[in-house]
Design a protein around this ligand. Structure first.
Ligand SMILES: Cc1ncc(COP(=O)(O)O)c(C=O)c1O
Length: 398
């Protein structure tokens, strides 16, 4: 079946966060929302049909993941990433951020440190802090337009630090983001190996958020962190979900892969009584997506590639003051607006009020985000064209 990603579909008046909260977030209805990470495309037909069929069975009681779904997850990881997992490693949760919160609580005691590689998806910060831990920053380095991990700095986080006699052994975990939101880097095997060796040698665990791992541009291939070696598998919690790939965020369904039994038991004990069980529709949609969603996904990835190339070309030609980092994955573009010469609050007002586009402020993503904006390009091309034209016109007034 051919999907038409050019078709503009209204999402207004459905209580959707992206469109129906525009006025309350950005101060005007006349703002194109390009912030929260979901897509303005209808879901794949087989997913919609599976949901309709399940809704027609009028019983919505407590539900557990069935063997069909577990098999679909196992097969998909093997097929897509050559990663062989055991069915019992999979833990289903209603979302990745709730799973990261549980993972941090399972791995730490209050006062411990958790490393974040900023700029990074901003809900990671409260996940660490609300678990009673401190954020330790291992900032990414921007080297001639390319982001890199700073391994020397990462090593140093495990050494005694001035004024912190207790620091060795207090760093219990790192939350890795691969592909990294907001910068769009896909970490390669060599980088993951270096990171894993440092973290594991120092007795900490890797929580690897791989939610964007199936939104990749041509030529890129994802390596799940745990697939690198048995030792890595024993020391990590991998978070995956169909929510970004198949645009199912409102169905709150994710699969967390925890190969080590002790770690898995600790995770399950920590979630018990706190995290709700499974949402029927989330499980149904996940299974349909993984089994029958690839035709839609292939066409989506082509369309996103086109959107990404269009935006890069347009900005290079018409708005050279804004430099767009070429992403390897994710439908999020990271715009370097530093040459506009605006401070963070002025840049926010400029985008909202002058350009009338609703982006995410770079500073929200932590260190290194100041002067940047994050733009969600998962929308029909005409909307994207209108957005970049608005930005161009606004830049001309500066
Ligand atoms: C890196 C990353 N992790 C997690 C999430 C949210 O996951 P969930 O809605 O399953 O909590 C997002 C959403 O944008 C994300 O970009």
């Amino acid at each position: 079946m051919r999907y038409d990603f050019d078709q503009v579909c209204s999402r207004q008046d459905t209580n959707c966060v992206k469109w129906d909260a525009v006025k309350s977030i950005f101060g005007s209805e006349d703002v194109i929302p390009m912030w929260v990470a979901d897509m303005d495309f209808p879901a794949a037909r087989p997913i919609v049909e599976a949901l309709e069929k399940r809704a027609g069975h009028e019983f919505y009681g407590y539900t557990q993941p069935g063997p069909g779904l577990i098999g679909a997850v196992v097969d998909r990881l093997q097929r897509k990433f050559d990663w062989k997992i055991e069915p019992e490693w999979v833990v289903f949760t209603p979302g990745v951020i709730p799973a990261i919160n549980v993972a941090i609580r399972a791995l730490t005691r209050p006062g411990d440190e958790v490393i974040l590689q900023e700029p990074v998806y901003y809900p990671f910060f409260p996940s660490v802090k609300l678990s009673g831990c401190q954020v330790t920053t291992n900032a990414l380095r921007l080297n001639h337009g390319r982001y890199e991990m700073d391994f020397t700095d990462l090593e140093s986080k495990f050494l005694p630090r001035a004024g912190m006699r207790e620091s060795p052994g207090r760093v219990r975990a790192i939350v890795l983001c691969n592909p990294q939101n907001p910068i769009g880097r896909l970490w390669n095997r060599e980088e993951l190996t270096r990171l894993g060796e440092i973290v594991i040698r120092n007795g900490a665990t890797v929580i690897s958020d791989e939610i964007h791992c199936e939104i990749l541009y041509k030529g890129y291939r994802h390596s799940p962190f745990a697939a690198i070696s048995e030792e890595f598998a024993r020391n990590c919690i991998v978070c995956m979900a169909p929510s970004k790939t198949f645009n199912l965020a409102g169905l709150a369904a994710s699969s967390i892969i925890i190969p080590d039994k002790k770690l898995r038991d600790r995770f399950n004990e920590t979630r018990s009584g706190v995290m709700p069980g499974q949402n029927i529709f989330g499980l149904v949609a996940m299974e349909a997506a993984y089994l029958y969603g690839d035709e839609w996904l292939e066409q989506l990835l082509d369309y996103l590639q086109g959107n990404m190339e269009f935006t890069l070309r347009y900005c290079a030609r018409n708005i050279p003051q804004i430099k767009v980092t070429r992403p390897q994955g994710t439908y999020l573009l990271w715009l370097d607006c530093r040459r506009l010469g605006l401070d963070d609050m002025a840049l926010r007002s400029f985008m909202r009020e002058k350009a009338r586009v609703g982006l995410d402020d770079g500073f929200l993503f932590g260190k290194g985000g100041s002067g940047f904006q994050r733009m969600n390009i998962a929308c029909p091309r005409v909307i994207l064209e209108e957005a970049v034209c608005r930005i161009e016109a606004a830049v001309k007034t500066l």
